[in-house]
Design a protein around this ligand. Structure first.
Ligand code: XLS
Ligand code: NI
Ligand code: NI
Length: 440
């Protein structure tokens, strides 16, 4: 691979070198073998490169065409081009030193004239992906199906009003799960690309949601049948492309999961930019999913404060990555999930080299978040503050409330006897924020 590499200006493996000069292609914080809280950074973070943005992104936006220079890509949707791209992708991921990658079926292989031809293309590329995985040791974090680009999905896939589109989607997902299984994928993601609506006047919401639930049970049945051991994941997103996506946020997904007997079958893949589009922080979405045992994996990126859409920028904010790692470490990690960079370089960063800078920056930002979170956890100041704050529930009436030993009548009696509650104490928000800053 190294011989005819398009990345010969980049080291064969980006080094961990905290002393490298500013802006050098080196990790200053991600030291894959460094052990933090008993686990290597590699195993805590389980980084994945995403195929769609990194190897298929053109840099186009609604106002203009692509800008990216990708000298290995002939711009066609031919099988030959797709096969070539596999070599480049694995060369890139090897140099970066990320252990995983993720893809949609249609990112890796061109769509054919009909389903059978599309499946054939996918098989051809999957065979090459399998070889490349074996050669490099790079593994598949998750696979998924693109059920949103082709015009047939204009009304949705599993929630389309057209039953044939439901059937097509089922067949496509069946194949995508099989390919993911064949490649040893550790998870399978469902992002409901157009599972939502543009207008409620023409939408039978109940029927669409029922269809979606049926679809998920069929997917689960098939996964069982073929022995796929990977974790199923929903990826919440509130809007875009539809004005209202059914998988709005972690809460909406969990409600759907519970209402349709999918508990224990589907967990969540939480994406930063989707969380903020839903009016939440990433930390909120992670915490909400995690406390219910449903935090499976993350799509690491970030939005832009001033732009109201899914800009999918690389995460560089260590305050954000610290917040992520605090939640992730609290639940003991993400495995079999990981940290997938569902992120794209800006339209103006059109050289291949920019792909390296972007990923190195994202990986270092997360490694830093990991170190900072570990330092916070080690001193235990935060957890002590929280424990202390709720101590009125550790004994006495609070304990009786938590243990279900009292009802309204007992609580009335308690309070009539006491007259007034114990005085409140300060939440000390500003002091706590100052403490966090001391670790940054
Ligand atoms: C789009 C989603 C998508 C999923 C995979 O906004 O983030 O990229 O991660 O289908
Ligand atoms: Ni995503
Ligand atoms: Ni997204």
């Amino acid at each position: 691979m190294a011989k005819n590499s398009f990345f010969s200006n980049v080291p064969a493996k980006i080094p961990f070198d905290p002393k490298a000069k500013k802006g050098a292609l080196a990790f200053k914080h991600y030291d894959e073998n460094k052990v933090v809280e008993g686990r290597s950074m590699r195993d805590w973070l389980r980084f994945a490169v995403c195929y769609w943005h990194t190897f298929r992104g053109t840099g186009s936006d609604p106002f203009g065409p692509g800008t990216m220079q990708r000298p290995w890509d002939d711009g066609s949707d031919s099988l030959k081009n797709a096969l070539n791209r596999v070599d480049v992708a694995f060369d890139f991921i090897s140099r970066l030193g990320a252990p995983y990658y993720c893809f949609h079926d249609r990112d890796v292989a061109p769509e054919g004239a009909n389903l059978a031809k599309s499946n054939k293309n996918l098989d051809a590329v999957a065979a090459k992906l399998k070889e490349a995985q074996a050669k490099t040791g790079i593994k598949l974090l998750w696979g998924t199906a693109n059920l949103f680009s082709n015009p047939r999905f204009m009304h949705g896939a599993a929630t389309s009003c057209n039953a044939d589109v439901f059937a097509y989607s089922a067949a496509q997902v069946k194949k995508a799960i099989e390919v993911t299984n064949e490649l040893g994928g550790e998870n399978y993601v469902f992002w409901g690309g157009r599972e939502g609506y543009m207008n409620l006047f023409n939408t039978d919401m109940k029927r669409e949601l029922d269809h979606l639930a049926k679809f998920m049970h069929m997917a689960h049945d098939h996964a069982k049948k073929i022995g796929f051991k990977g974790q199923f994941l929903f990826e919440p997103k509130p809007k875009e492309p539809t004005k209202h996506q059914y998988d709005y946020d972690a809460a909406a997904c969990l409600n759907f999961i519970r209402a349709n007997d999918l508990e224990g079958i589907v967990k969540l893949n939480i994406e930063t930019n989707h969380a903020t589009l839903a009016g939440h922080t990433m930390m909120h979405e992670l915490e909400y999913a995690s406390i219910q045992g449903a935090l499976g994996s993350i799509d690491a990126n970030t939005g832009d404060l001033l732009l109201g859409w899914d800009t999918d920028q690389f995460p560089t904010d260590i305050y954000l990555t610290t917040q992520c790692m605090l939640v992730i470490m609290k639940q003991g990690g993400l495995a079999p999930g990981g940290v997938n960079f569902d992120a794209k370089v800006r339209r103006e960063s059109f050289e291949p080299l920019d792909l390296f800078y972007a990923h190195v920056g994202g990986m270092d930002a997360f490694a830093r978040g990991l170190k900072i979170a570990a330092a916070i956890r080690k001193e235990g100041i935060l957890s002590d503050i929280v424990k202390q704050r709720y101590r009125s529930y550790d004994a006495g009436i609070g304990q009786q409330i938590e243990q279900g030993k009292v009802g309204f009548a007992e609580l009335e009696k308690y309070m009539l006897g006491k007259g007034n509650p114990n005085p409140n104490e300060s939440g000390r928000q500003e002091m706590i924020e100052n403490i966090i800053n001391e670790y940054l």
